[in-house]
Ligand binder design. Structure first.
Ligand SMILES: [Zn+2]
Length: 258
């Protein structure tokens, strides 16, 4: 059995495991890209510390990721957690064991289920690898949701990575500074694009008004009103822009053309 990680360390470890799915592939861990080598080495060391076995850590990762993402969706509350029944049913099949080590709080633990052909005359079969991973993931997650850190995990709105949120600010939405800055830059770009679009629409609407005020003789010389309006509104306005704006209801076509 593993030594008890501190609640905070456990929350960090859960993020590490859950992020493996969005971070690097298993192949990358075996043969990391050159630029990633140092980071991957640190990660592998960390994975070993989490379960004492990198393969088990990798095997746990998809399940931990599923646990934690649904847990966040449920607002970190067991009542609304979509995996509650599945989790309970799984635990119900395992025999709980209460145990203590000196000077540490008591824990309830569960052991993997042995294969059905458990005893073959004098020989005891071990649990399957999947079962070992499942019990590790379950054990970690159960300890986490019973700890005071149960809601100190977030999921980055930009990159989807999980992060430990030590700060008291409940509303942290990005995993890191670079992610927050990139998201802000993207928002600023969108805002600027929207403003440009509005001013292009305004120029075009002005040109439409001008078209409407033309004398019938002038109008009769114009084959395509969109071309005329585009020419009038400025170099960035195209007939396609006008068609799209009319179709979206952002621009009113000239009265005699609608
Ligand atoms: Zn992020």
């Amino acid at each position: 059995m593993l030594p008890v990680a501190s609640p905070k360390q456990l929350a960090v470890d859960i993020c590490t495991l859950a992020n493996l799915r969005t971070d690097l592939s298993v192949g990358d861990l075996v043969e990391p890209p050159r630029s990633e080598r140092a980071r991957v080495r640190r990660l592998v060391r960390r994975l070993f510390e989490i379960t004492r076995d990198v393969d088990i850590a990798l095997g746990c990762a998809p399940l931990v990721s599923r646990f934690v993402s649904t847990w966040l969706v449920a607002g970190c509350c067991a009542g609304g957690w979509e995996l509650k029944e599945e989790f309970e049913a799984y635990l119900a099949q395992r025999d709980p064991v209460l145990y203590s080590v000196p000077r540490e709080p008591a824990r309830i633990d569960f052991f993997p289920q042995f294969q059905r052909e458990e005893i073959i005359i004098g020989q005891v079969m071990g649990p399957t690898f999947d079962e070992v991973c499942r019990i590790e993931a379950t054990r970690m997650f159960l300890t986490f949701i019973q700890s005071a850190e149960f809601r100190k995990i977030g999921r980055c709105k930009r990159c989807g990575r999980f992060f430990y949120n030590a700060s008291r600010r409940k509303k942290r939405v990005y995993c890191t500074g670079p992610c927050a800055r990139a998201a802000e830059a993207a928002k600023a770009h969108q805002r600027k694009r929207r403003e440009e679009h509005q001013s292009e629409l305004a120029e075009t609407a002005k040109a439409v008004k001008k078209y409407e005020s033309l004398s019938p003789e002038r109008k009769s010389g114009i084959r395509n009103w969109k071309q005329w309006v585009a020419g009038e509104a400025g170099p960035e306005i195209t007939t396609n822009f006008i068609t799209r704006a009319v179709n979206r209801g952002e621009l009113r076509p000239p009265r005699d053309q609608s």
